[in-house]
Design a protein around this ligand. Structure first.
Ligand code: 5GP
Length: 198
């Protein structure tokens, strides 16, 4: 997605060869128009799939799940990282290791909102090691719902997340794929190379 790549180059900051800061427009201050365009793009990439729910993880996936669910006309669910006192019903839970925080935490979704009748599209801000998305995929599996695929806004293709998801047979679409980066330069995998299948 050209506009996203341009914004990453303009407003993003590679803090190292592995961590990209995008809090000017993506996961702290948020560009609403770009967010809605991202939602429409995910809907387009998974066009024709009878999706019933969009699933993400709090907090930085929520606005992309909202934008995608508006484009698809279905509800979205965000997995919670801490058990809320109001979540008294049965939960699907999974353990996730956080790449940015270097710690393991539990994510949960109420059994009331995900069932074997659902066809689920998972979206998130980043695909890095894939652990967060694999946690959500685990939850979809527990519910008996069908996983349609995964949409990541930014994929760091030099990390092994995509490989893990594809090995699990998951269809993955990432809107900006970073081949390599350093504080001085960010290199993308171009759309022409990947076609519409990535
Ligand atoms: P993964 O589980 O794929 O390693 O990472 C997933 C989560 O880590 C993402 O949802 C994102 O919140 C965070 N993350 C991973 N890499 C980066 C990064 O380079 N920059 C930022 N800002 N967040 C990241």
């Amino acid at each position: 997605m050209r506009r996203l790549q341009e914004q990453i180059l303009r407003d993003g900051q590679a803090l190292s060869n592995t961590v990209l800061k995008v809090d000017k427009f993506l996961n702290h201050q948020v560009d609403p128009e770009l967010t809605m365009e991202i939602g429409r793009e995910f809907a387009l990439r998974f066009q024709g799939e009878p999706i019933t729910k969009v699933l993400t993880i709090e907090a930085s996936g929520i606005h992309f799940a909202l934008a995608t669910s508006v484009a698809l006309g279905v509800p979205f669910i965000y997995a919670k990282k801490k058990k809320a006192v109001t979540l008294t019903e049965d939960l699907y839970t999974a353990e996730v290791f956080s790449f940015t925080r270097q710690e393991t935490f539990q994510v949960s979704v109420s059994k009331r909102y995900l069932s074997e009748q659902d066809r689920v599209l998972i979206v998130d801000d980043f695909l890095a090691t894939g652990d967060a998305l694999l946690g959500l995929i685990n939850i979809v599996g527990q519910s008996g719902a069908q996983l349609v695929g995964v949409g990541a806004v930014i994929e760091k293709s030099f990390q092994d997340g995509r490989g893990k998801l594809e090995a699990a047979g998951v269809r993955v679409h990432s809107l900006a794929r970073i081949a390599s980066m350093s504080p001085a330069h960010i290199e993308f995998i171009e759309e022409q190379e990947e076609g519409r299948s990535c």
